[in-house]
Design a protein around this ligand. Structure first.
Ligand code: RB5
Length: 148
C-alpha cells in the first residue's frame, strides 16, 4: 500500500521506526512530517496527511504526535477524513471495521514501538464491515456538511 505518515518533533524516532517496519513489509511510505527534533506544529502534519488522502497521493495515513490527540483533531478538520486515536490494537481494528478510519493516530509519549506496530498491524489488516456502519458514516458526513 501507499501510506502517508505525519509527525511532530516528539515522534521523529517512532515515525522512523514505523517507516522502516512498513517498508520492510513492502509498503511505500510517504513522509509528510518533520525529521527534526526542533519544535514543529502538529496541525501542519495532520493536515498534510489528510490532504494527501483526499488528493489520492496515498491510500491511508498514520499520524503521530506526543499523545496522538492534537494531530488527530487537526486531521479530522479536513473534509471527508476520519482519523482515530488508538493506544491499543483492539480499538485500531474497530476503527477500520466500524468507522472506516483512513488515518490511525497514536502518541509517541503514550505507546512504545511494539504497541505502535501492533496498532498499525491491526488497523492495516482490518476491513471496513459496511452494513449498518454505512448509515452512521453518512450521518457523520451530514454533520460535516451542516457545519461547513
Ligand atoms: C507537543 O509538545 C505536544 O503538545 C504534541 O506532540 C501533542 O501531544 C499534542 O496533542
Amino acid at each position: 500500500m501507499k501510506i502517508g505518515i505525519g509527525n511532530d518533533h516528539s515522534a521523529v524516532e517512532l515515525k522512523n521506526a514505523i517507516v522502516d517496519y512498513l517498508t520492510q513489509q513492502g509498503h511505500e511510505v510517504i513522509n509528510y512530517g518533520t525529521d527534526s527534533c526542533e519544535a514543529y506544529d502538529y496541525p501542519l502534519a495532520g493536515e498534510a496527511v489528510a490532504n494527501a488522502i483526499n488528493a489520492h497521493e496515498v491510500e491511508c495515513g498514520i499520524c503521530i504526535c506526543g499523545t496522538g490527540i492534537g494531530i488527530s483533531i487537526a486531521a479530522n478538520k479536513v473534509k471527508n477524513i476520519r482519523a482515530a486515536v488508538c493506544s491499543e490494537p483492539v480499538s485500531a481494528k474497530l476503527a477500520k471495521e466500524h468507522n472506516n478510519a483512513q488515518i490511525i493516530c497514536f502518541g509517541a509519549r503514550i505507546v512504545g514501538l511494539n504497541m505502535a506496530k501492533a496498532i498499525v498491524d491491526a488497523w492495516l489488516n482490518a476491513k471496513f464491515e459496511q452494513d449498518r456502519h454505512i448509515k452512521r458514516l453518512a450521518l457523520i458526513d451530514q454533520i460535516e456538511s451542516k457545519n461547513h
